[in-house]
Ligand binder design. Structure first.
Ligand SMILES: *Cc1c(COP(=O)(O)O)cnc(C)c1O
Length: 386
């Protein structure tokens, strides 16, 4: 069997149709959209077509889409953009303990600049407690930033309820939906979100490109200053080829969402059930059903996730411990800690994130391999013997 890739929450392969869509923009249509000649006009036109495609995928208006260099920049732009613009109204921000580092570290940076941040806790399935959220709102609160779906455990947040609380209290609401696109339908006419982060490389698009949705009427301070591109909100010559690829990937992800999600959910449930049936002392981290269809974060007692990942890799299987961002340092995952797992317990966790092209045979092979690996590791583990 070929190698099996089950780390789609870290990044994905670029769809061949996306590559085909991008190539002419390197070879032929390399104009700068700001130029007056026909090279520029072509680039400007295709940039706007891409904006329309992304907007359409989430039922937004094209003028509400600002292209960025990816999810990290979109999170920074949303949070700093609102913070800087509204600092005279207040300097209090609310987020959750399980956000992506792009949100958490932006908030920590703002704390050093005089803002105050409340990090609301989550329950043991990873869901924000709505009462805690309500209680944390103050008269000087300007922004709530809570992710749509968590990248480590896949848990979905009740963003409808959160948006209502934000509206009632006249506070801006930002959500990081990087993991949600192509898995859960998003309709900006139905959810009341002010800002939403999107990224291309988690949905079979190229790396280094993404977007920030900014609801019509919401004004933010730019963090990059220059030639006033993207209506002055994000200066810098547009990454046309990347944006073309992102828009194509977005179109594919949103138009095939239902089929892909159904397929991935079936595989996810099969993986979880098979593991629980065949491997003793194995558990699911996160929520069984209020979850992305493609993430299964599994925990095995008495062993270390890193060893499992390395042994799976020797069998040609790519999975990850916690999140890719933190897997190089052996610090316990802040997400697993927030759902109440002690470091020595959470260490035995491993994240499988499925993609639209994974198959049932692959899942079965992964479960077979896991069974062998866990058994071997437990035989070597002194705590398992006790
Ligand atoms: C991957 C990811 C990001 C970062 O996006 P990049 O495009 O890699 O900068 C932000 N938030 C979440 C939830 C992610 O999974």
């Amino acid at each position: 069997m070929d190698t099996i890739y089950m780390d789609h929450a870290a990044t994905t392969d670029v769809d061949p149709d996306v590559i085909d869509a991008m190539l002419p923009y390197f070879r032929h249509y390399y104009g700068n959209p700001s130029s007056l000649h026909s090279f520029g006009a072509k680039a400007a036109q295709d940039l706007e077509d891409s904006r329309l495609k992304v907007a359409k995928g989430i039922n937004a208006r094209p003028e509400e889409i600002i292209f960025t260099s990816g999810g990290t920049e979109s999170d920074n732009l949303a949070i700093k953009g609102i913070a800087y613009k509204n600092s005279r109204q207040g300097k209090h921000i609310i987020t959750s303990k399980i956000e992506h580092p792009a949100v958490l570290n932006t908030c920590r940076f703002l704390e050093k600049k005089g803002f105050e941040v409340t990090y609301v806790p989550v329950d043991n399935s990873g869901i924000v407690n709505i009462e805690d959220l309500k209680d944390s709102i103050r008269t000087d609160t300007i922004l709530i930033s809570i992710m749509h779906a968590n990248n480590e455990i896949g848990t979905l947040q009740p963003i409808d309820e959160i948006s209502k609380i934000a509206k009632t209290n006249e506070v801006y609401f930002h959500t990081d939906a990087v993991q949600t696109v192509g898995k859960i339908p998003i309709d900006m006419e139905k959810i009341d979100v002010d800002l939403m982060s999107l990224s291309s490389h988690k949905i079979h698009g190229p790396k280094g490109v993404g977007a920030l949705y900014i609801k019509k009427g919401v004004s933010i301070e730019p963090i990059l200053h220059g030639g006033e591109h993207e209506r002055g909100i994000r200066s810098g010559t547009e990454n046309i080829a990347g944006i073309i690829g992102f828009a194509k990937a977005f179109e594919l992800a949103t138009s095939n969402l239902e089929n892909n999600s159904k397929k991935m959910l079936k595989l996810r449930n099969h993986l979880i059930e098979s593991v629980k049936k065949r491997i003793p002392e194995s558990y699911l981290n996160g929520h069984q059903t209020k979850c992305l269809p493609n993430i299964a974060n599994l925990r095995f007692s008495f062993i270390e996730g890193e060893s499992i990942v390395l042994m799976l890799d020797m069998k040609g299987i790519a999975a990850s411990t916690g999140s890719a961002c933190s897997s190089k340092n052996l610090k316990a995952s802040h997400v697993l800690e927030s759902i109440g797992l002690q470091p020595e317990v959470s260490h035995g966790s491993i994240r499988f994130s499925l993609g639209k092209d994974n198959t049932l045979e692959e899942v079965d092979y992964v479960v077979d391999s896991l069974e062998t690996i866990i058994k071997k590791l437990r035989e070597m583990s002194p705590i398992a013997k006790m």
